[in-house]
Design a protein around this ligand. Structure first.
Ligand code: SAH
Ligand code: SF4
Length: 387
């Protein structure tokens, strides 16, 4: 296996290997490739991901000669935080600069003992779901593994979590920030495995979740590479409606997606786990009682828990948030049908950090954001269905 040099570097450091994003196996390959013993990988992993050290000089169980050699050829370089915003409810958003003039966002949501970090996987998203701010920004590129695990590293640093006996602030990670994680497969898998690795962040596999809108071929092979939890962004109980909300459904329809997701869950070593179904409720689009009944019917043979997400509005969207009444009715129908059904509380919307509001600054290669602006200027009406 060869070690890929992550190419987010600027000119001065372009030739240096960024060790931050390397899995244990890739780090072992790196040390072997420079004539060193494999066990160095374990030492360096612990320095970086358990102790938060990004300077080889501080890695004191490594000889001075090797530290100097490492400093010449390698680096531990997290992405740069350009802005940190704190919400009145304790949610913290990090705006992170990536090369090419773009920025991505990471959000830490504290909730009692729990701290959930919402991590981005791509600069923008190519999938263009109709209700998602990230989608409206278009797409620039995949994040490197260093930029993905770097979000966890930065957040841990910002909360003083590194070091022995420090309270763990980040207890859960969800790959629910900007981008579709399964379209950046290798970097996302390496990063999630670092999150769960005992020599790194040591998060339980029940506390790291990948959320996907349904890239079925990638989902089909996910189980060979990780055993993290799975959340499926469904948002509609039938293909006709889902085709409108989540366009990738035209390629991989609901039945195909649920089959693949079920195979993933059944293949997990502790196969009693359930997948989460995410359902964003949009006023008079997918929030009617008949949608809830249809959803209950659709999922009847699949072990799932359902997470309802009230739609979070953003500038470029004419959709409206579900009413409290409609939300309660929808939830009741699912609960009566026997499903564990939770409602995701909106957090951090005063700093645009709620689900689906993450927009960063995408240097859009697809020109989609431009098309949306033009379309908005022309004031096209949104199609409301099912009311
Ligand atoms: N691309 C992946 C992960 C990122 S989106 C996916 O689609 O699953 C994370 C979650 O936020 C998804 O369930 C998504 O549907 C939801 N979401 C997107 N836009 C939203 C909005 N405006 N309001 C509420 N939830 C939204
Ligand atoms: Fe991409 Fe997920 Fe947003 Fe859809 S909901 S556009 S897949 S980030």
């Amino acid at each position: 296996m060869t070690v890929q040099v992550q190419s987010t570097d600027d000119h001065q450091t372009q030739e240096k290997v960024n060790l931050l994003g390397l899995s244990q196996a890739k780090l072992e390959d790196f040390f072997e490739s420079i004539g060193e013993k494999k066990f160095r990988a374990t030492q360096v992993l612990k320095w970086i991901h358990q102790l938060g050290v990004d300077n080889f000089d501080e890695m004191t169980n490594i000889s001075k000669t090797l530290r100097d050699k490492l400093a010449r050829i390698a680096e531990v370089r997290p992405p740069e935080v350009v802005e940190q915003l704190d919400s009145a409810d304790g949610t913290r958003k990090f705006v992170i600069k990536v090369t090419g003039g773009s920025a991505v966002e990471t959000v830490l949501i504290p909730d009692g003992e729990r701290g959930t970090l919402c991590v981005s996987s791509q600069v923008g998203c190519s999938l263009d779901c109709s209700f998602c701010a990230t989608g409206k920004q278009g797409f620039n590129r995949d994040l490197t593994a260093a930029e993905i695990i770097g979000q966890v590293w930065l957040a841990a640093k910002s909360y003083g979590q590194f070091g022995e006996d420090r309270p763990r602030i980040i207890t859960n990670v969800v790959m629910m920030g900007m981008g579709e994680p399964l379209l950046n497969f290798d970097n996302v898998v390496d990063s999630m495995n670092l999150m769960m690795h005992d020599n790194c962040y040591g998060l339980s596999k029940r506390r790291v979740t990948l959320s996907t809108s349904g890239v079925v071929p990638a989902l089909d092979k996910l189980g060979e590479h990780t055993d993290a939890c799975l959340a499926v962004s469904l948002h509609a109980p039938n293909d006709e409606l889902r085709n409108e909300l989540v366009p990738i459904n035209k390629k991989y329809p609901i039945a195909m997606l649920l089959d693949s997701a079920q195979r993933y869950i059944e293949g997990l070593p502790d196969n009693r786990r359930k997948m989460t179904i995410e359902y964003t409720l949009i006023n008079h689009v997918n929030d009617r009682p008949h949608h809830a009944h249809e959803l209950a019917q659709l999922l009847r043979d699949i072990p799932v828990k359902i997470n309802l997400i009230p739609f979070n509005p953003f500038d470029q969207s004419d959709y409206r948030r579900v009413s409290n009444n409609a939300l309660r009715t929808f939830q009741d129908i699912l609960i009566k049908a026997g499903y564990t059904t939770t409602v995701r509380t909106t957090r951090g919307d005063d700093i645009d950090a709620a689900c689906g509001q993450l927009a960063g600054a995408v240097n859009d290669r697809t020109r989609r954001s431009e098309r949306y602006r033009n379309k908005q200027n022309a004031e096209q009406p949104v199609r409301i269905i099912g009311s």
